[in-house]
Design a protein around this ligand. Structure first.
Ligand SMILES: C[S@@+](CC[C@H](N)C(=O)[O-])C[C@H]1O[C@@H](n2cnc3c(N)ncnc32)[C@H](O)[C@@H]1O
Ligand SMILES: Nc1nc2[nH]cc(C(=O)O)c2c(=O)[nH]1
Ligand code: SF4
Ligand SMILES: [Mg+2]
Length: 222
């Protein structure tokens, strides 16, 4: 049985997305194929970062031991491993709500074809401030459904303008949950609200990462 490189596992309040404010178990996997300029988890992607090798069974046992029904697979980039579907299937078959935080560069078709209703994507669309926009797999917009989320992490007005353009170009309003999130400390949340009001952006959610308010913004394990 293959082992997955888990850099941290913890229970916290989900600070982001449609389940923000709810308890969730986090499994953070090592390594990423992108290098977003703003990444708040760079440490998880360094070659020499320590990790706990865990089988899918050990991951499942840990999640079940917490009694928490929401689980977020994140990283780093959780979908880097070809066999990650074994972890996803094991969790989904135990009636857990499985959220996959993914960076938008990996085609989601294979995981969607598992046909698990309780597996949802929270997919970033990387904007200019990340420096990774060219890595986006635009085919994913045809795969996402109303249970999924596209998250736009914005660091500037330019990013906000592009966000609106992408939402319109790919007709995302009403198709899936839409979230705009500030790059922490890089843009005032008020600027996002003003932009949403200026453009009457109905059906869009503005978020602030709750865990960076509850704890110190760079605290691990929360
Ligand atoms: C650390 S990433 C891991 C999952 C995946 N690699 C991705 O980027 O979606 C989890 C989420 O944190 C967001 N994030 C990373 N650094 C951030 C920052 N400095 N401010 C706000 N959000 C940030 C990412 O955009 C992503 O939505
Ligand atoms: N509390 C908390 N909620 C989160 N939601 C998504 C996270 C992530 O890093 O993917 C995250 C995180 O790092 N902490
Ligand atoms: S894709 Fe996610 S983990 Fe990778 S560098 Fe960007 S924010 Fe960090
Ligand atoms: Mg995080």
């Amino acid at each position: 049985m293959s082992k997955y490189e888990v850099v941290e596992k913890f229970v916290s309040i989900n600070g982001e997305g449609t389940k923000a404010g709810q308890l969730a178990v986090f499994i953070r996997f090592k390594g990423c194929n992108l290098k977003c300029k703003y990444c708040d988890t760079k440490w998880a992607n360094e070659q020499d970062t320590l990790y706990q090798p865990m089988t899918e069974e050990e991951i499942l046992d840990y999640v079940l031991s917490t009694g928490v029904k929401n689980v977020t697979l994140t990283g780093g980039e959780p979908l880097l491993r070809d066999d990650i579907e074994k972890v996803i299937t094991a969790l989904a078959e135990n009636n857990l709500n499985v959220e996959i935080e993914t960076n938008g560069s990996i085609f989601l078709d294979k995981i969607r074809k598992l046909h698990k209703e309780n597996v949802t994507f929270t997919m970033d669309y990387k904007l200019s401030c990340s420096g990774m926009e060219q890595s986006m797999n635009l085919g994913n917009f045809d795969i996402l459904n109303s249970n999924d989320t596209v998250k736009f992490v914005v660091g500037s007005r330019e990013d906000l303008i592009k966000t609106k353009q992408i939402m319109e170009k790919y007709n995302l309003y009403g198709k899936c949950n839409l979230y705009i999130s500030p790059v922490f400390g890089m843009i005032e949340p008020e600027e996002i609200v003003d932009f949403m009001k200026e453009n009457v952006m109905n059906d869009v959610n503005m978020q602030i990462q709750l865990h960076k308010i509850i704890w110190s913004p760079d605290k691990k394990g929360v």
